[in-house]
Design a protein around this ligand. Sequence first.
Ligand code: KIV
Ligand code: NA
Length: 267
Amino acid sequence: RTPMTLPRFVAAKSAGRKLAVLTAYDALTARLFEEAGVDALLVGDTVGVVVQGHATTLPVTVEQIVYHTAAVVRGRDAGGGRAMVIADLPFLSYQTSVADAVRNAGRMLKEGGAGAVKLEGGGVDHGETIAAIAAAGVPVMAHIGLKPQSVHAVGGHRVQRDVDALVADAVGAEAAGAFAIVLELVNDEVAQAVTRAVGIPTIGIGAGPHCDGQVLVGADMLGLNPGFAPKFLKKYADLGSETRRAAAAYCEEVRGGAYPAAEHTHR
Ligand code: KIV
Ligand code: NA
């Protein structure tokens, strides 16, 4: 398989080739998703919720994303090394100044081994930051619609429907040099309008079928988070139930003496 370079990722839009992206935070999962053929692995700041157990993504640090990115890169390479690894810039790593943004974005490539970064924002609010990161040679993905790092300002997770504002934010992101745009929790009309308005791929989550690609949190689509069932989420497996079943069977066999059996025992 051909490695997913930045030009190939961008060209997928005009070629009509939909992009399939999943989040991963560890080498084991990254390797399996790579072997399954994903186009990109996003080391999302959702690691704060999925792995760390926080209620929001806000506590996640630059060091943590660097650490998880390095693990994902090693897993990706072990699985064949084709997918692009995109490191998410966590809260307060790019909002404080353009210089901080460039430095922290660069760390994701320099220390984490990522091929690109993502920040929450578009051209209207973060145009200057996107331009500076791109000018430093760091491919940068914008993220508009629902922006979970702004959850306290927004007051919750609501479907975003302001088509004119979102198109302006997307067009501005492309003009500033973003190579793609995540569209999170927007209605179908917005997704279609934004996707038509820009020449770079839109990657949707909760944004319907008109985006150029899709992204899901890996653990969510695997059914590892049984209580989480938003409308947009399709669960492609029920690994939550499967994990509980397997662990309960192990406990029972250890307590009953059925495990380890003769075939597990060195003689
Ligand atoms: O952090 C994350 O997982 C994300 C995706 C949901 C787009 O930003
Ligand atoms: Na994120």
